[in-house]
Design a binder for this molecule. Structure first.
Ligand SMILES: [Zn+2]
Length: 244
């Protein structure tokens, strides 16, 4: 049928081999093909795409390419989008347990279950209109996935900064308000009400407690809190415009 030229912009280049980055890629089209198929065949999952233009005009992902088309593919411009529009509710795949823990600690709604398979993740993401976070491009290419993002960083703590930056979450970080264990919201609870559940030393040294409204787990400013505090402070510092 002919040739088309595909140029990826911005962070979409992360998915390409070095030789194809920041330049038009020539693609041979043998039959009637939607532009979405070509983009994904070149390695870029559709949830990462914000806009496609052909010869300067925006086209939908279902657009059937024509011989000689000059195709430009742009990422979502999330960094200039209001958080309320982005609606940052997440679901994470079973390799991102630590990132889930950190996102919940920072107050974000993040679903996770180590037993969910790819099909479950895609279904729940679709049904609840959640952003699917994964490092598996194949998972993001599933048709059911509307909102998703391929996490680039390998280290969980770096991933946290990446997600805050990518989804423009700086103003939304609210540490220690959500249960890292189950994603439920925390609420303050009277010490007298939970005395029977506390170890003797905890009972002696702490007076302020929160309880998860979902799983009942009790939290206080003990060793886990102390351990997490420097990291949380680093993130808050970053959210105030300083470098990580
Ligand atoms: Zn909980």
């Amino acid at each position: 049928m002919g040739l088309v030229y595909v140029r990826f912009h911005g962070c979409l280049n992360d998915f390409l081999p070095a030789a194809q980055r920041e330049r038009p890629i020539t693609y041979i089209v043998k039959e009637k093909t939607a532009v979405k198929h070509i983009i994904e065949a070149l390695g870029v999952p559709h949830p990462e795409i914000g806009k496609v233009e052909v010869d300067g005009r925006p086209v939908p992902l279902t657009y059937h390419v024509q011989n000689g088309d000059d195709i430009h593919v742009f990422p979502f411009d999330l960094e200039h989008t209001e958080a309320s529009v982005i609606d940052p509710r997440f679901i994470l795949d079973n390799h991102l347990g630590k990132l889930t823990h950190y996102l919940r600690l920072l107050g974000f709604d993040a679903l996770y279950d180590p037993f969910w398979q790819d099909r479950d993740l895609a279904l729940i993401a679709n049904r609840e209109d959640r952003i699917l976070l994964t490092r598996d491009r194949g998972l993001l290419k599933r048709n059911l996935v509307r909102r998703g993002y391929c996490v680039r960083a390998h280290q969980p703590r770096e991933q946290v900064f990446e997600i805050i930056n990518r989804f423009n979450l700086r103003a939304l970080v609210k540490p220690f308000q959500r249960c890292p264990r189950c994603n439920g919201l925390l609420e303050p609870v009277n010490k007298a009400e939970i005395l029977d559940h506390l170890e003797p030393l905890t009972r002696l040294y702490y007076d302020e407690f929160d309880r998860c409204t979902q799983c009942g787990q009790i939290y206080w400013k003990g060793s886990h809190y102390e351990r997490m505090l420097p990291f949380i402070e680093k993130i808050l510092n970053y959210c105030n415009g300083n470098t990580p």
